[in-house]
Design a protein around this ligand. Structure first.
Ligand code: ADP
Ligand code: SF4
Ligand code: MG
Length: 394
C-alpha cells in the first residue's frame, strides 16, 4: 500500500478539479477509492524518487517485423511532472508516446500505470484506464471529426470512458471550452469554423474531458503559427499545474521544451540516450547527441545566459531503424566514437542522481574523452566539433 504524503485531503475525489465535481458520476468516485491519487502542488524540480505514476520496462515496438521504432525503453514518469521527449524526426518519439497509452501495440515489455500493469489489460479494462490517460495530437484538424459539433467531440471520450449521460457530458464540454479560453456558446459549431490555435484548444479540452491523470502531447504546437504557439503552450502549462497533470511532452523544439518541461529524455534511433532534470540538461548535456541537439538551437545559442556552445553539425542521416549500427547506435555520427563504441552497446546508466546517459564517454568524463581521442589517434581539441557537416539536425 502506498503511503500518502502528509497534508493530503482524504476525499477519494480529491484529484477531480473542484469546478468539475458536480457532474462526477458515482463510478468515478468508486474507482478513485480503489487507488486514491492525492492531489498536491507539483514540486519543481520534481522528485523523481517518488513512486512513478507511469513506468515502462523493456518496452519495444516493431513495425512490419523489422523496424524496431522503440527498442527496450525503460522510463519512469513521476506524478505531476512534465517529461519532454526530444530527438530528431523518425527517432521513435510518437511511437513511444502512443505505446505508453497502448494506442500502439508493444512487441515486448510492460507498462505500469498507477500500480496496475496495463500491458495486458482486456478491452474493457483498457477502456477504463483510458479515462485516466489521454493524448493531444499534433494535427488538431486531422484529429477532430469534421461532421460533428465540437461539443459532441469533446463529450465523446467522457461518454466512452466514464459512461456519463449525454446531457452531463455536453455540460462538461461547454465548461471545458471556457476552461481552454473559448466560449461555451461555440459548442454547436463544427471544427472548420475555428483557427488552428482554437482547434488545438479544442483538442486539449477533449483530452481533459475525462479528468485524466496522464497526458501525452505529441508535438502539440508544431502545426501552429509561431504567434499562437506561445498561447497554447502557456495554456497547457497552466492546466498541468492547476490539475496536477502528469505529461509526456513530445517535441523537437528545444526552445519550447525548456519552457514547459521539468525533465528531458532524449531519444535516438528508438532508444533513450539521456534523461536529466531540465536545468541540468540545458546547463550541460552529457550525451554527444544531446550536445549536438542543443548546439543547433539558435535561440539558445543567442541567449546571453546560456553557456556558449560551438555549433556541432551532425554528419550523415539517421540510420535505418531496420538495420541499426552494432555497438552504440550513435557511432556512425559521433565525434568521440572508438573501437569500443563499434562493438559494445552502452547501457543507460545513472552518472549522478537522477541523471542517466547511454554513452561510454559522456561529457562529464573529459579524461575518458581524452583517452578516446588518443585511441582514435586524434587531437581531442579538434573533435569538440565535427567539421565535415552533411546534415543539420532539426
Ligand atoms: N505505422 C508505421 N508503420 C511502419 N513504420 C512506422 C510507422 N510509424 C512509424 N514508423 C517508423 O518508425 C520510426 C519512428 O517513427 P516515429 O515514432 O513517427 O518517430 P518520430 O515521432 O520521432 O518522428 C520511423 O522509422 C518511422 O518511419
Ligand atoms: S558510446 Fe561512443 S559512439 Fe556512442 S555516443 Fe558515446 S562516445 Fe559516441
Ligand atoms: Mg512524431
Amino acid at each position: 500500500m502506498r503511503v500518502r504524503p502528509s497534508g493530503v485531503r482524504d476525499h477519494p475525489d480529491t484529484r477531480v478539479p473542484r469546478s468539475f465535481r458536480f457532474w462526477t458520476p458515482g463510478c468515478v468516485l468508486a474507482r478513485r477509492a480503489d487507488h486514491p491519487s492525492p492531489r498536491r502542488e507539483p514540486e519543481h524540480p520534481v522528485n523523481t524518487r517518488r513512486p512513478p505514476l507511469l513506468s515502462a520496462s523493456g518496452l519495444s515496438v516493431t513495425y512490419g517485423g523489422s523496424v524496431t521504432a522503440v527498442c527496450e525503453v525503460d522510463l519512469e514518469v513521476a506524478e505531476g511532472e512534465t517529461l519532454a521527449l526530444v530527438g530528431e524526426s523518425g527517432c521513435g518519439k510518437s511511437t513511444l508516446g502512443r505505446a505508453l497509452l497502448r494506442l500502439e501495440p508493444a512487441s515486448a515489455g510492460t507498462i505500469t500505470f498507477a500500480g496496475t500493469d496495463i500491458s495486458r489489460l482486456s478491452r474493457a479494462g483498457l477502456r477504463l484506464a483510458r479515462a485516466d490517460m489521454q493524448m493531444v495530437f499534433q494535427d488538431p484538424m486531422g484529429s477532430l471529426n469534421p461532421r460533428r459539433s465540437i461539443g459532441a467531440i469533446i463529450a465523446e471520450p467522457l461518454r466512452q470512458t466514464r459512461g456519463v449521460s449525454v446531457a452531463d457530458a455536453l455540460r462538461r464540454a461547454r465548461e471545458l471550452l471556457e476552461r481552454v479560453g473559448l466560449s461555451a456558446s461555440m459548442a454547436d459549431r463544427r471544427p472548420h469554423e475555428f483557427s488552428g490555435g482554437q482547434r488545438q484548444r479544442i483538442g486539449i479540452a477533449r483530452a481533459l474531458a475525462s479528468s485524466p491523470r496522464f497526458i501525452v502531447a505529441d508535438e502539440p504546437v508544431s502545426a501552429l503559427d509561431v504567434s499562437v504557439q506561445a498561447q497554447v503552450i502557456n495554456l497547457l502549462g497552466d492546466l498541468t499545474r492547476q490539475e496536477n497533470l502528469t505529461m509526456v511532452f513530445i517535441s523537437h523544439d528545444l526552445g519550447v521544451v525548456r519552457h514547459v518541461a521539468t525533465r528531458v529524455a532524449v531519444m535516438y534511433l528508438g532508444q533513450i540516450v539521456e534523461i536529466a532534470d531540465r536545468d541540468d540538461f540545458f546547463a550541460g548535456p552529457e550525451h554527444p547527441y544531446s550536445e549536438a541537439l542543443l548546439s543547433a538551437v539558435p535561440a539558445l545559442r543567442g541567449d546571453p545566459s546560456e553557456v556558449v556552445r560551438e555549433r556541432i553539425v551532425l554528419r550523415g542521416e539517421l540510420p535505418n531503424p531496420a538495420a541499426p549500427p552494432a555497438g552504440c547506435r550513435f557511432n556512425t555520427r559521433c565525434a568521440y566514437a572508438t573501437d569500443l563504441c563499434l562493438t559494445e552497446t552502452p547501457a543507460l546508466r545513472e552518472i549522478t542522481e537522477g541523471r542517466m546517459v547511454r554513452c561510454h564517454f559522456p561529457a562529464s568524463d573529459p579524461d575518458g574523452r581524452a583517452v578516446a581521442a588518443v585511441d582514435r589517434d586524434e587531437d581531442p581539441i579538434e573533435h569538440t566539433a565535427i567539421s565535415s557537416p552533411t546534415k543539420e539536425i532539426a
